[in-house]
Design a protein around this ligand. Structure first.
Ligand SMILES: Nc1ncnc2c1ncn2[C@@H]1O[C@H](COP(=O)(O)OP(=O)(O)OP(=O)(O)O)[C@@H](O)[C@H]1O
Ligand SMILES: [Mg+2]
Length: 397
């Protein structure tokens, strides 16, 4: 496409081939397609090929001749909000970035005023479909799958924040932008709003506020000051949705209850209430200590004070722990009844970290007991520490 390289240079201040994002790593090979090729691939953008519609365009499933892969073709609205700039940012970002938890862009078409993006097709669609738009004949997501999805999405964000060079702030994390591959493997999509992060001498990027109501960090919504911690906030909202099954934004609720954060945080003040917050569709099938930890983690991510939110690499550590200690219905059956916590010597165990030790022991009998206890203690202590200090150990962005 004539002028595309020039536009890239303008957007990132340097030629894409000079970007450090690709240093030592071969960038994705992004192809250009003609409009005719994509029309053929999608049966002339026929209704039967339609798989979704967003605020900026329409998405079709297709098969490109000579390419042994099913694709998703997003045709951007010509008069939509997502203009040429967002199209270029998306092409630029997805050409330079590469991670298993980011959707793979195969190519694009920019012919005349047509703007189309071609991605790998992710057969299970968006997380929103599985959490909020689930057909009645489909099983709701179980606890372990929810934690795996959260962990994968956190890894995608952590890569953008801590590994990509220059770092990238994603800006539009929400359920519909987390797409699911076979086995519910999550991948972040839609990079049209993404921004290169602040340089080392700066704490934030100033920008016009973009993103989705309900997921936007309060300081970003009011001042336009964008930091990595804005993404951490949106992640916290997604995690709350995964745990509770509630909507991030529910316009049908009364004043002060529309946002999930306003609904959940008051209940979180007393740990006794935690089980009340679990999605009823889980039917109680989750480890209680994991529910505690996941809720505490989510509440840290949505803290009002951006500096007190954890970094995404810390969030990944915490979620890795929860994924490594899955819900096991059989272990749960053997364990003491939910809510009754007793130690080996029969004494009551009340604190979450003691509970973690107990559940950690029960959940995986093959893991060496000492190691499980030590890991659980470390997890509990580091998170309690952060909670008490009211700030992350390494908050500096
Ligand atoms: N690569 C893909 N593979 C499979 N399905 C996809 C793919 N990309 C998008 N979809 C489907 O198309 C839907 C619409 O996506 P799109 O990104 O256009 O809008 P959105 O994310 O729902 O909303 P917004 O416009 O606010 O971002 C998604 O929710 C998803 O179901
Ligand atoms: Mg989207």
């Amino acid at each position: 496409m004539p002028g595309l390289t020039k536009n890239f240079s303008r957007l990132c201040g340097s030629k894409p081939e000079a970007s450090a994002a690709t240093d030592g790593v071969e960038a994705n090979k992004t192809r250009t397609f003609t409009f005719r090729e994509l029309a053929t691939a999608t049966n002339n953008f026929r209704q039967e090929s339609l798989i979704g519609e967003g605020g900026f365009g329409t998405v079709y499933k297709g098969k490109i001749e000579g390419l042994d892969q099913v694709v998703a073709v997003k045709m951007l609205n010509k008069n939509g909000l997502q203009g040429n700039k967002e199209f270029l940012v998306e092409v630029l970002m997805l050409s330079l970035l590469r991670h298993p938890n980011l959707v793979n862009m195969i190519g694009y078409c920019a012919e005349g005023d047509q703007r189309l993006l071609v991605y790998e097709f992710l057969p299970l669609g968006s997380l929103e479909r599985h959490l909020h738009d689930l057909p009645p004949d489909k099983e709701p997501l179980d606890w372990n799958t929810r934690m795996k999805i959260a962990c994968g999405a956190a890894k995608g964000l952590s890569y953008l924040h801590h590994e990509a060079q220059p770092p990238v702030i994603y800006r539009d994390l929400k359920l519909s932008n987390i797409l699911l591959d076979e086995g519910f493997y999550p991948k972040l999509s839609d990079f049209g709003f993404a921004k290169f992060g602040p340089g080392e001498d700066k704490s934030h990027v100033s920008t016009r506020v973009m993103g989705t109501h309900g997921y936007c960090a309060p300081e970003y919504a009011t001042t336009g000051k964008l930091t990595m911690k804005s993404d951490t906030y949106s992640f916290g909202v997604v995690l709350l949705e995964l745990i509770t099954g509630q909507f991030a934004l529910d316009p049908t609720r009364g004043h002060g209850k529309k946002m999930i954060v306003d609904r959940v945080l008051p209940i979180l003040k007393d740990p006794k209430n935690y089980p009340r917050l679990a999605d009823p569709r889980l039917k109680g099938q989750f480890p209680e200590s994991s529910l505690h930890h996941a809720l505490e983690l989510a509440s840290m991510c949505v803290r009002e004070n951006a500096n007190a939110r954890p970094l995404m690499k810390e969030v990944v550590l915490a979620l890795d722990y929860l994924v490594a200690h899955p819900y096991d219905p059989n272990a749960d059956k053997d364990s003491t009844k939910r809510g009754v916590k007793t130690s080996e010597n029969g004494a009551d165990l009340k604190s979450p970290e003691k509970e973690t030790i107990e559940v950690g022991k029960k959940l995986n009998s093959t893991i060496d007991r000492e190691q499980a206890v030590a890991e659980a203690r470390k997890w509990g202590e580091s998170w309690r520490d952060m909670k008490e200090k009211g700030q992350s150990s390494s908050c500096n962005s």
